[in-house]
Design a protein around this ligand. Structure first.
Ligand code: NDP
Length: 277
């Protein structure tokens, strides 16, 4: 997806995947900066530790407690810092790493587009899970004006912790730590249950059938249809998987690195081909 976009934008860059052991993360970030990489994406388990390893942290990454995108920057001609991707080679006088988080923005854009639902204000949402992705979802939904969030997780204490964080930041949002008694405008699976084709649905199918929430989103994109999404479709809900979230977090990262609008259609086509063949 990123290389297809780089080609379309005529940027002479390449996007490569590298495995890094957790103990080597600090050295890997410093090394990439020293080699004047344009930027990095980070995934599990690096997103949270990276927060303490970058030179500057964007507010959204601080709020979400995780960095999924690093932009390497150099001092700009008029003061401040500019991305290496937008600096002339002979103007690079020093490099710092700047940590961002584009996951929550990716989720919001995907929800709006996949469900043709431009305004999430007033929504009643059930979030399953309390890990990094659930945290991004809960805080983003609260920021978008959701009226109430139901937070349900296998380990109840983690849901309580997330509830406390959302309340501290967005006191107007009503938080519950149980399944919605009536229905919901949206249910999001932010657990890793479903990554294996044999995994059961993270939510009781009777609840889905009897409450029939309007929209059901699974952050998992492979398999394309989890048991959860199958059950939701059978119950008559609108469904979407996490491919859109993956697409839009990547598009937002590319825009930070390049300062150019991401060619989203080209990225989507390359992404869907790469994950679904
Ligand atoms: P974490 O490891 O931080 O959190 C995992 C969550 O899943 C926890 O709430 C955990 O519960 C729960 N869980 C794990 N196994 C089970 C189980 N057997 N039964 C019930 N709950 C379970 O992972 P992330 O938050 O980073 O990722 C969560 C999911 O979101 C993954 O599937 C990931 O692939 C997806 N994701 C998709 C993205 C996209 O772009 N589409 C981006 C980021 C994530 P507990 O607290 O009890 O351990």
């Amino acid at each position: 997806m990123q290389n297809a976009a780089l080609g379309a934008l005529h940027l002479p860059w390449r996007y490569l995947a590298a495995e890094v052991r957790p103990g080597d993360l600090r050295a890997a970030i410093a090394g990439a900066g020293a080699m004047q990489f344009i930027g990095l994406n980070l995934t599990i388990p690096h997103k949270t530790p990276a927060l303490e390893m970058v030179d500057a942290v964007h507010e959204q990454a601080r709020l979400l407690g995780a960095v999924n995108t690093i932009v390497f920057e150099t001092p700009g001609p008029k003061g401040g810092w500019i991305p290496l991707g937008r600096a002339a080679d002979d103007r690079i006088t020093g490099v710092r790493s700047h940590g961002y988080n584009t996951d929550a923005e990716g989720l919001a854009r995907s929800l709006k587009e996949d469900f043709r639902w431009p305004d999430l204000r007033g929504a009643v949402v059930l979030v399953l899970g309390a890990g990094g992705a659930a945290r991004a979802a809960a805080l983003q939904l609260a920021a978008e004006g959701a009226a109430s969030l139901f937070l349900v997780n296998r380990t109840g204490a983690r849901a309580e912790q997330l509830a406390a964080e959302v309340t501290a930041r967005f006191p107007a949002v009503k938080i519950n730590l149980r399944l919605p008694p009536d229905s919901a405008d949206l249910v999001i699976n932010a657990t890793s249950l479903g990554l294996k084709a044999s995994d059961p649905s993270p939510l009781d199918q009777d609840w889905l059938k009897s409450r029939r929430p309007l929209r059901v989103y699974d952050m998992i994109y492979r398999p394309a249809e989890t048991a959860f999404l199958r059950a939701a479709a059978r119950a008559g809900c609108q469904t979407a998987n996490g491919a859109g979230m993956l697409l839009y977090q990547g598009a937002a990262a590319l825009e930070l690195w390049s300062g150019l609008p991401a060619p989203v259609d080209i990225m989507r086509a390359a992404l869907l081909k790469s994950i679904y063949g």
